[in-house]
Design a protein. Sequence first.
Length: 288
Amino acid sequence: MRDAPAIPILPTVAALRAASATWRRAGEAIGFVPTMGALHEGHLTLVRQARAQCRRVVVSIFVNPTQFGPNSDFARYPRDLAADIAKLATVGVDAVFAPDVGEMYPDGFATTVTVAGLTDGLCGPHRPGHFAGVATVVSKLLLQCQADAAYFGEKDWQQLQVVRRLARDLDIPVRIEGVPTVREADGLAMSSRNFYLSPDERQRATVLYRTLSAMAAELAGGAPAAPAIARGFAALSKAGFDPVDYLSVVEAESLQPAARVTGPCRIAVAAWLGKTRLIDNVAVAPGA
Ligand code: PAF
Protein backbone atom coordinates (compact mmCIF):
# COMPACT_ATOMS: atom_id res chain seq x y z
CA MET A 1 0.00 0.00 0.00
CA ARG A 2 1.34 3.47 -0.86
CA ASP A 3 1.59 6.09 1.91
CA ALA A 4 -1.00 8.87 1.80
CA PRO A 5 0.54 12.04 0.30
CA ALA A 6 1.97 14.41 2.94
CA ILE A 7 -0.27 17.30 3.97
CA PRO A 8 1.15 20.60 2.68
CA ILE A 9 2.16 22.86 5.60
CA LEU A 10 1.70 26.50 4.66
CA PRO A 11 3.73 28.86 6.88
CA THR A 12 2.74 32.16 5.26
CA VAL A 13 -0.42 34.10 4.51
CA ALA A 14 0.72 34.39 0.87
CA ALA A 15 0.93 30.58 0.52
CA LEU A 16 -2.51 30.15 2.11
CA ARG A 17 -4.05 32.77 -0.16
CA ALA A 18 -2.47 31.15 -3.24
CA ALA A 19 -3.89 27.72 -2.34
CA SER A 20 -7.29 29.16 -1.55
CA ALA A 21 -7.36 31.20 -4.81
CA THR A 22 -6.53 28.09 -6.85
CA TRP A 23 -9.40 26.14 -5.28
CA ARG A 24 -11.83 29.02 -5.64
CA ARG A 25 -10.98 29.39 -9.33
CA ALA A 26 -11.73 25.68 -9.73
CA GLY A 27 -15.11 26.24 -8.07
CA GLU A 28 -14.18 24.07 -5.07
CA ALA A 29 -15.82 24.95 -1.73
CA ILE A 30 -13.35 25.49 1.13
CA GLY A 31 -14.01 24.52 4.74
CA PHE A 32 -11.79 26.03 7.42
CA VAL A 33 -11.10 24.75 10.94
CA PRO A 34 -9.11 27.21 13.10
CA THR A 35 -7.27 25.56 16.00
CA MET A 36 -4.44 26.11 18.45
CA GLY A 37 -3.16 22.56 17.93
CA ALA A 38 -3.08 19.94 20.73
CA LEU A 39 -5.69 18.25 18.59
CA HIS A 40 -8.17 15.76 20.02
CA GLU A 41 -11.31 14.00 18.86
CA GLY A 42 -13.31 17.24 19.21
CA HIS A 43 -11.13 18.95 16.59
CA LEU A 44 -11.24 15.90 14.33
CA THR A 45 -15.04 16.05 14.49
CA LEU A 46 -14.87 19.66 13.24
CA VAL A 47 -12.63 18.52 10.40
CA ARG A 48 -14.95 15.64 9.50
CA GLN A 49 -17.89 18.02 9.36
CA ALA A 50 -15.91 20.39 7.12
CA ARG A 51 -14.91 17.42 4.95
CA ALA A 52 -18.55 16.32 4.63
CA GLN A 53 -19.62 19.78 3.44
CA CYS A 54 -16.64 21.10 1.45
CA ARG A 55 -14.38 19.79 -1.31
CA ARG A 56 -11.28 21.33 0.32
CA VAL A 57 -10.43 21.54 4.01
CA VAL A 58 -7.84 23.81 5.64
CA VAL A 59 -6.87 23.55 9.32
CA SER A 60 -4.91 26.34 10.98
CA ILE A 61 -2.63 25.62 13.92
CA PHE A 62 -1.57 28.78 15.72
CA VAL A 63 -1.22 29.22 19.47
CA ASN A 64 -2.41 32.80 19.60
CA PRO A 65 -0.50 34.74 22.28
CA THR A 66 -2.96 37.63 22.42
CA GLN A 67 -5.81 35.53 23.82
CA PHE A 68 -3.83 34.36 26.87
CA GLY A 69 -3.68 36.44 30.05
CA PRO A 70 -0.29 37.53 31.48
CA ASN A 71 -0.15 34.70 34.06
CA SER A 72 -2.03 32.08 32.11
CA ASP A 73 -0.96 28.99 30.26
CA PHE A 74 0.47 30.37 26.96
CA ALA A 75 3.99 29.11 27.72
CA ARG A 76 2.85 25.67 28.89
CA TYR A 77 0.14 25.25 26.22
CA PRO A 78 0.88 21.86 24.58
CA ARG A 79 2.58 22.17 21.19
CA ASP A 80 3.36 19.13 19.02
CA LEU A 81 2.98 19.91 15.32
CA ALA A 82 4.13 16.45 14.18
CA ALA A 83 1.53 14.70 16.37
CA ASP A 84 -1.17 17.09 15.19
CA ILE A 85 -0.31 16.49 11.53
CA ALA A 86 -0.40 12.72 12.09
CA LYS A 87 -3.92 13.02 13.54
CA LEU A 88 -5.06 15.23 10.66
CA ALA A 89 -3.72 12.68 8.18
CA THR A 90 -6.24 10.16 9.56
CA VAL A 91 -9.18 12.37 8.60
CA GLY A 92 -7.72 13.95 5.46
CA VAL A 93 -7.09 17.67 5.08
CA ASP A 94 -5.83 19.58 2.05
CA ALA A 95 -3.53 22.01 3.85
CA VAL A 96 -2.40 23.07 7.31
CA PHE A 97 -1.80 26.77 7.84
CA ALA A 98 0.88 27.03 10.54
CA PRO A 99 2.18 30.62 10.72
CA ASP A 100 4.62 31.84 13.36
CA VAL A 101 3.87 34.78 15.62
CA GLY A 102 5.81 37.23 13.39
CA GLU A 103 3.72 36.22 10.36
CA MET A 104 0.45 36.89 12.21
CA TYR A 105 1.59 39.95 14.16
CA PRO A 106 4.34 41.68 12.17
CA ASP A 107 6.19 44.68 13.62
CA GLY A 108 3.84 47.62 13.94
CA PHE A 109 0.70 45.51 14.25
CA ALA A 110 -1.85 47.86 15.87
CA THR A 111 -5.41 46.69 15.21
CA THR A 112 -7.76 45.01 17.67
CA VAL A 113 -11.28 43.69 17.03
CA THR A 114 -13.58 43.91 20.06
CA VAL A 115 -17.13 42.62 20.17
CA ALA A 116 -19.19 44.57 22.71
CA GLY A 117 -22.04 43.15 24.81
CA LEU A 118 -21.51 39.45 24.12
CA THR A 119 -18.17 39.58 25.94
CA ASP A 120 -19.44 41.41 29.06
CA GLY A 121 -20.50 38.25 30.94
CA LEU A 122 -19.48 34.58 31.39
CA CYS A 123 -15.73 34.26 30.64
CA GLY A 124 -15.37 37.97 29.72
CA PRO A 125 -14.77 39.45 33.20
CA HIS A 126 -12.61 36.48 34.25
CA ARG A 127 -10.29 36.67 31.24
CA PRO A 128 -9.67 40.35 30.47
CA GLY A 129 -8.52 40.81 26.87
CA HIS A 130 -9.20 37.18 25.94
CA PHE A 131 -12.10 37.78 23.55
CA ALA A 132 -10.38 40.75 21.92
CA GLY A 133 -7.47 38.39 21.23
CA VAL A 134 -9.80 35.72 19.87
CA ALA A 135 -11.87 38.17 17.80
CA THR A 136 -8.76 39.74 16.29
CA VAL A 137 -7.06 36.49 15.35
CA VAL A 138 -10.27 34.89 14.05
CA SER A 139 -11.02 37.96 11.90
CA LYS A 140 -7.52 37.72 10.43
CA LEU A 141 -7.73 33.96 9.87
CA LEU A 142 -11.14 34.21 8.16
CA LEU A 143 -9.87 36.98 5.87
CA GLN A 144 -6.65 35.09 5.16
CA CYS A 145 -8.30 31.78 4.33
CA GLN A 146 -11.30 33.07 2.38
CA ALA A 147 -13.22 29.90 3.12
CA ASP A 148 -16.88 29.26 2.35
CA ALA A 149 -17.52 27.87 5.83
CA ALA A 150 -15.61 27.91 9.14
CA TYR A 151 -16.20 25.38 11.91
CA PHE A 152 -16.17 26.10 15.67
CA GLY A 153 -17.03 23.85 18.60
CA GLU A 154 -20.11 24.56 20.70
CA LYS A 155 -18.01 23.80 23.78
CA ASP A 156 -16.73 27.38 23.53
CA TRP A 157 -20.30 28.68 23.24
CA GLN A 158 -19.47 32.31 24.03
CA GLN A 159 -16.61 32.24 21.50
CA LEU A 160 -19.00 30.84 18.88
CA GLN A 161 -21.46 33.72 19.43
CA VAL A 162 -18.60 36.25 19.30
CA VAL A 163 -17.35 34.78 16.02
CA ARG A 164 -20.85 34.78 14.48
CA ARG A 165 -21.25 38.43 15.48
CA LEU A 166 -17.90 39.62 14.13
CA ALA A 167 -18.38 37.80 10.82
CA ARG A 168 -21.77 39.52 10.42
CA ASP A 169 -20.59 42.93 11.62
CA LEU A 170 -17.44 42.99 9.46
CA ASP A 171 -19.19 41.49 6.39
CA ILE A 172 -16.72 38.63 6.22
CA PRO A 173 -18.17 36.37 3.53
CA VAL A 174 -18.09 33.06 5.39
CA ARG A 175 -20.72 30.75 6.89
CA ILE A 176 -20.03 30.06 10.57
CA GLU A 177 -20.91 26.48 11.55
CA GLY A 178 -21.26 25.46 15.22
CA VAL A 179 -20.49 21.80 15.91
CA PRO A 180 -21.85 19.96 19.00
CA THR A 181 -19.44 19.21 21.83
CA VAL A 182 -17.69 15.85 21.72
CA ARG A 183 -17.60 14.13 25.13
CA GLU A 184 -15.65 11.33 26.74
CA ALA A 185 -17.71 8.24 27.65
CA ASP A 186 -18.24 9.66 31.16
CA GLY A 187 -19.51 12.99 29.83
CA LEU A 188 -16.42 15.19 30.23
CA ALA A 189 -16.19 17.60 27.29
CA MET A 190 -13.04 17.00 25.24
CA SER A 191 -10.52 19.78 25.72
CA SER A 192 -6.79 20.27 25.32
CA ARG A 193 -6.81 21.38 28.97
CA ASN A 194 -7.95 17.92 30.12
CA PHE A 195 -4.31 16.83 29.56
CA TYR A 196 -3.35 18.85 32.67
CA LEU A 197 -5.69 16.99 35.06
CA SER A 198 -4.23 14.52 37.59
CA PRO A 199 -6.00 11.12 37.70
CA ASP A 200 -7.92 12.24 40.78
CA GLU A 201 -8.94 15.56 39.18
CA ARG A 202 -9.93 13.73 36.01
CA GLN A 203 -12.36 11.62 38.08
CA ARG A 204 -13.86 14.64 39.79
CA ALA A 205 -14.13 16.56 36.50
CA THR A 206 -17.13 14.41 35.52
CA VAL A 207 -19.23 16.31 38.09
CA LEU A 208 -19.21 19.29 35.73
CA TYR A 209 -21.36 17.69 33.03
CA ARG A 210 -23.49 15.79 35.56
CA THR A 211 -24.32 19.09 37.28
CA LEU A 212 -25.20 20.83 34.00
CA SER A 213 -27.38 17.91 32.90
CA ALA A 214 -29.27 17.81 36.21
CA MET A 215 -29.86 21.57 36.00
CA ALA A 216 -31.06 21.27 32.39
CA ALA A 217 -33.63 18.62 33.35
CA GLU A 218 -34.93 20.83 36.14
CA LEU A 219 -34.98 24.10 34.19
CA ALA A 220 -36.62 22.63 31.10
CA GLY A 221 -39.69 22.03 33.29
CA GLY A 222 -39.97 25.77 34.01
CA ALA A 223 -38.24 25.95 37.44
CA PRO A 224 -36.63 29.29 38.37
CA ALA A 225 -32.90 29.50 37.57
CA ALA A 226 -31.57 31.00 40.84
CA PRO A 227 -32.17 28.02 43.20
CA ALA A 228 -30.93 25.56 40.55
CA ILE A 229 -27.76 27.64 40.16
CA ALA A 230 -27.25 27.67 43.94
CA ARG A 231 -27.59 23.86 44.10
CA GLY A 232 -25.23 23.50 41.11
CA PHE A 233 -22.62 25.72 42.82
CA ALA A 234 -22.87 23.57 45.95
CA ALA A 235 -22.41 20.33 43.95
CA LEU A 236 -19.33 21.73 42.20
CA SER A 237 -17.78 23.02 45.44
CA LYS A 238 -18.37 19.64 47.10
CA ALA A 239 -16.50 17.95 44.22
CA GLY A 240 -13.52 20.25 44.83
CA PHE A 241 -14.01 22.89 42.11
CA ASP A 242 -12.47 26.06 43.53
CA PRO A 243 -13.18 28.70 42.50
CA VAL A 244 -16.28 28.34 40.37
CA ASP A 245 -15.82 31.41 38.13
CA TYR A 246 -19.46 31.28 37.07
CA LEU A 247 -22.42 28.95 36.66
CA SER A 248 -25.06 30.79 34.64
CA VAL A 249 -28.25 30.30 32.70
CA VAL A 250 -28.22 32.58 29.65
CA GLU A 251 -30.25 33.12 26.49
CA ALA A 252 -28.49 31.09 23.81
CA GLU A 253 -27.79 33.90 21.33
CA SER A 254 -27.74 37.14 23.33
CA LEU A 255 -25.97 35.52 26.33
CA GLN A 256 -28.15 37.64 28.62
CA PRO A 257 -28.99 36.00 31.99
CA ALA A 258 -32.32 34.14 31.99
CA ALA A 259 -34.42 33.98 35.20
CA ARG A 260 -36.33 31.01 33.75
CA VAL A 261 -36.03 29.02 30.53
CA THR A 262 -38.70 30.42 28.23
CA GLY A 263 -36.76 29.99 24.95
CA PRO A 264 -33.44 28.46 23.78
CA CYS A 265 -30.89 28.87 26.59
CA ARG A 266 -27.48 27.55 27.59
CA ILE A 267 -26.32 26.59 31.04
CA ALA A 268 -22.65 27.54 31.09
CA VAL A 269 -19.90 26.98 33.63
CA ALA A 270 -16.23 27.77 34.19
CA ALA A 271 -14.55 26.30 37.24
CA TRP A 272 -11.09 25.38 38.45
CA LEU A 273 -9.78 21.99 39.51
CA GLY A 274 -6.34 22.65 40.95
CA LYS A 275 -4.45 24.70 38.35
CA THR A 276 -6.79 23.82 35.47
CA ARG A 277 -9.74 25.92 34.39
CA LEU A 278 -12.48 23.87 32.72
CA ILE A 279 -15.48 25.23 30.83
CA ASP A 280 -18.59 23.50 29.55
CA ASN A 281 -22.18 24.28 28.59
CA VAL A 282 -25.38 22.48 27.63
CA ALA A 283 -28.48 23.48 25.73
CA VAL A 284 -31.82 23.81 27.48
CA ALA A 285 -35.17 24.80 26.03
CA PRO A 286 -38.70 24.75 27.45
CA GLY A 287 -39.84 21.15 27.75
CA ALA A 288 -36.57 19.78 26.28
O1 PAF B 1 -10.93 27.79 20.02
C1 PAF B 1 -9.71 27.94 19.75
O2 PAF B 1 -8.93 26.98 19.68
C2 PAF B 1 -9.16 29.34 19.56
O3 PAF B 1 -9.78 30.25 20.40
C3 PAF B 1 -9.23 29.81 18.08
C4 PAF B 1 -10.66 29.92 17.58
C5 PAF B 1 -8.44 28.85 17.20
C6 PAF B 1 -8.58 31.20 17.96
O4 PAF B 1 -7.25 31.19 18.37
